[in-house]
Design a protein. Structure first.
Length: 338
């Protein structure tokens, strides 16, 4: 992308930059869900990643799952930055590796917690929380579901278990049990009746990841994108043509899924839309070359780090950036009324 189209804004708005990492076992994503014993070799690279974050002032939020919390070496690598106040440890629920595993793990539907009986999810959550508290000496307060997705019952359960922030809603994304095409793309209080509609409860606050388009007014572009993606219109391949022309690009703020230029275009559009939180995300398995699909070798690894840095640099040039953990960002939005 040429520099002109990414020209700085004249006035710098205050924004909170959050980087969240689903911190979990690595496995072959094209195969079935992993079984015991789980491999968590990727967390050996947490110190390297954290040193990178320290250098840039980023304070990451690690959503830690049971397999990682159950591994002493992984805990050591995460506890070091936690003790220095340089990160947040949240909870991440992978039902297939979080006891009790009473469900059929071969059934992909069961990999989404919200497809399981809530009393089973409650038992899993209790075990996850106990393990996290034992490992890190404090209760987790932020949460993300494995493979995204939540609902009112799940949010209520999280709130009853001490969580105050959820980040399981992925705007403009849908999977078997949920559709977040009509969910808010900025922080909000989700309803217990319908989690994608702002509600009355004030127990648990939703802070979604940044997801959208290279142009402001993401809901408008998403409606167009969905219309053009439907058959028979999809046969005209208009979505691909519009992407090539740069007229409409659907972009996730993740170094796993987008290059630096597209992420910067998304950030520019998010800032122009008045977003106060810029929330980037990825999986810890991307920290170990070859462990997951997005970072295959050392060249990919340096490009991966380079993308995060380029986006943050762009953000710093164009906004008054405050790097925060997820909980801090939520607290500040609620306290400062912005
Ligand atoms: Zn996960």
């Amino acid at each position: 992308m040429d520099k002109k189209s990414l020209a700085p804004f004249s006035r710098k708005e205050k924004v909170f930059f959050v980087l969240s990492v689903d911190t979990e076992e690595e496995w072959d994503w094209s195969g079935s869900f992993p079984q015991h014993p789980f491999s968590v070799k990727n967390t050996a690279n947490i110190p390297k990643f954290q040193a990178f974050c320290d250098r840039l002032g980023i304070r990451p939020t690690y959503f830690v799952d049971y397999a990682v919390a159950n591994d002493p070496e992984s805990v050591k690598n995460l506890k070091e930055p936690l003790d220095r106040g340089r990160c947040e440890i949240g909870g991440h629920l992978h039902p297939w590796c979080n006891p009790p595993v009473d469900e059929d793990v071969a059934n992909a539907k069961n990999s989404h917690a919200i497809n399981l009986p809530m009393d089973l999810v409650a038992k899993k959550l209790k075990n996850l929380n106990m393990k996290l508290e034992e490992a890190f000496g404090e209760k987790p307060r932020s949460f993300r579901s494995g493979r995204w997705g939540t609902n009112g019952d799940m949010l209520k359960l999280l709130a009853d278990n001490g969580y105050v922030i959820d980040s399981s809603i992925h705007p403009y994304y849908a999977d078997t049990p949920f559709s977040y095409h009509d969910a808010p793309d900025i922080p909000f209080w989700p309803g217990y009746g319908d989690c994608i509609t702002p509600g009355e409860q004030r127990d648990i606050f939703e802070v979604p990841v940044t997801s959208g388009y290279n142009r402001p007014d993401f809901p408008f572009w998403n409606r167009l994108h969905r219309t053009l993606s439907k058959t028979p219109l999809s046969q005209l391949r208009l979505v691909g043509i519009l992407w090539k022309l740069g007229w409409m690009r659907k972009i996730q703020l993740s170094p796993e899924l987008a290059d630096a230029d597209n992420m910067m275009a998304l950030v520019k559009a998010a800032l122009a839309s008045g977003h106060q939180v810029i929330h980037m995300y990825f999986h810890s398995s991307s920290l170990l070359p070859g462990a997951a699909p997005y970072v295959k070798n050392e060249a990919d690894e340096s490009a991966f780090y380079g993308k995060i840095e380029a986006v943050l640099e762009y953000l710093k040039e164009n906004a008054d950036v405050h790097c925060c953990t997820l909980e801090e960002a939520a607290e500040r939005i609620l306290k400062e009324g912005q």
